[in-house]
Design a protein. Structure first.
Length: 288
């Protein structure tokens, strides 16, 4: 059994990495949260109970993993870095033995669906997500139909702003719509670079996503998601211009007229409710 390093000390983390011939992989966006109070607050916001099933993405050397396991959860971690994946089961050997810890090695975008089919769907989802793939991971689970009771992510602040941006604002995007369609999103806290090692060159934001109980339905969710991505793809174009690249002009005009949407509007002016209505109009137009 190998003892994990002091998670609060950049010097100890650096020494541990060097002694094990390991290096931080920039391509994986690796940064360790070295602020213990922040780690506890993040797990508090996840609101876990004993024996809950939890997924964690990107555990690294296990600072958040340790906090989660101390609260009695059944934890599965997804880790792409082979060096970290080799060490984690040794750090948490006792939890492996009592079946409270499982590891899935590889790219979470390529592994989560297979794992979800073979195992109980988790109640909680957590991660200090790599900045370069955070939006993709979040959107991927939503678009493929997996919603968690609660999820807490630490992400680039810019991504966090987009997640709960209001209709008509500069940050409102297809990603805003997808997140807010499935969840109530609110910020937990902002974290300056000094809370991490190595120090990132961007500010971070932790967000809490709570599954909407009154999940707004639409006739064809796949159509809705494809439509949303299309009409936000060229932000300077009007809703009609973008929509006509997705469907023929006749169906485009039919749907806009049915929903009383001015063709010269841009997508960011449309609320989620209006976008769902537009998707249903397109669906009914297909089936006329």
């Amino acid at each position: 059994m190998i003892l994990h390093p002091d998670y609060n000390s950049p010097a100890a983390l650096k020494e541990f990495m060097e002694s094990h011939n390991m290096a931080m992989q920039k391509k994986f966006g690796q940064n360790f949260l070295v602020n213990e109070d922040a780690r506890k607050r993040l797990i508090d916001s996840l609101d876990v109970k004993e024996d809950m099933t939890v997924w964690e993405v990107g555990p690294g050397l296990g600072s958040m993993t340790s906090e989660l396991l101390s609260r009695g959860v059944n934890l599965t971690v997804f880790e792409i870095d082979h060096g970290f994946a080799r060490l984690l089961p040794e750090f948490f050997e006792e939890y492996v033995k009592n079946s409270h810890f499982a590891l899935v090695e590889g790219d979470v975008l390529k592994t989560w669906q297979k794992y979800a089919k073979e195992n109980k769907a988790p109640e909680r989802f957590f991660g200090n997500l790599p900045y370069n793939v955070a939006a993709t991971i979040i959107a991927d689970t939503i678009t493929k139909g997996l919603r968690f009771e609660k999820a807490v992510f630490t992400i680039q602040k810019e991504v966090g702003l987009r997640m709960n941006a209001k209709t008509g604002t500069e940050d409102y995007s297809s990603f805003s719509v997808i997140c807010q369609w499935a969840y109530d999103v609110k910020p937990v806290m902002d974290l300056a670079g000094g809370n991490f090692w190595p120090v990132p060159n961007v500010a971070s934001r932790a967000v809490l996503m709570t599954k909407k109980e009154d999940f707004p339905r639409c006739k064809n969710p796949d159509l809705f998601l494809k439509m949303v991505r299309q009409i936000f793809s060229l932000r300077r174009k009007t809703i009609r211009n973008n929509l006509s690249r997705f469907v023929n002009a006749e169906l485009c005009d039919y749907a806009l007229d049915k929903c009383s949407i001015e063709p010269s509007l841009r997508a960011e002016k449309l609320s989620i409710e209006k976008l769902l209505e537009l998707s249903d109009a397109l669906d009914s137009g297909y089936n006329k």
